[in-house]
Design a protein around this ligand. Sequence first.
Ligand SMILES: [Mg+2]
Length: 189
Amino acid sequence: MRIGIDIDNVLSNFNEVLLNDYINHDKELRNNGIIKNNVYIRKMFDWTKDEEQQYYHDNIERLANLLEPIKDSSKYIKKLRDSGHYICIISGRDNGEYSNPYNMTKKWLKKYDIQYDKLILTNAYNHQEKADICIENNIDIMIDDSINVCEKCIKNGINSWLFDTDYNKSESRFKRVNNWKEIYEYVIK
Ligand SMILES: [Mg+2]
């Protein structure tokens, strides 16, 4: 099987790092804490749109260096490749937010021994692009935490599994996967 895998919140603990950092920065700002739950982290605080966008832009590269892998991802991806599955990592990091997203990502994957056959970066703000890449690369299953990406993939005939994360819990249209052991077992079946 040809498996497409997103990075942030599927292979990396992006949300955890972002939330911790935002909580700390909020304390320096006005210390009003989380004012809205059940929304994406970037909208949880009382920051103005400009404050948030500027802070995100100025800090996202630093935060990317703090990311750590999601539990067991390296182990089960290795097992999938050993069983003959093709691993195509498809991440939306080519979106103008990182100075050298390809090198940064390759280094990170190497550092945490996450093996793959192909790495493709798309623009995260264009969800259709991931679906197009899946079609071009004959991907059988795309695993992503983004509802928008799953939606586009399914519309384009690509089977898509939603990786569980805090802000996608209420979504029920897609097959949900909770961890890497579970993904491995589904694929092997
Ligand atoms: Mg993601």
